[in-house]
Design a protein around this ligand. Structure first.
Ligand SMILES: [Zn+2]
Length: 56
């Protein structure tokens, strides 16, 4: 009989809850829309400045 302890149960971190601001120059709104093109790191824009998403 062996009592093995379960290791590696670290709590998750919510990395997606960072606050991003719109990257549009002069805009101080909260960028709730993240756009990631390929391997580039995502850019964040607000509702007014979000680029047209190329879904095709
Ligand atoms: Zn904006």
């Amino acid at each position: 009989m062996s009592d093995e302890q379960t290791a590696g149960t670290e709590p998750h971190r919510d990395l997606g809850l960072y606050i991003h601001y719109c990257e549009h120059p002069g805009c101080t709104k909260w960028g709730g829309f993240g756009f990631a093109a390929g391997k580039d790191e995502p850019r964040w824009y607000c509702l007014d400045h979000r680029p047209e998403w190329k879904g095709r």
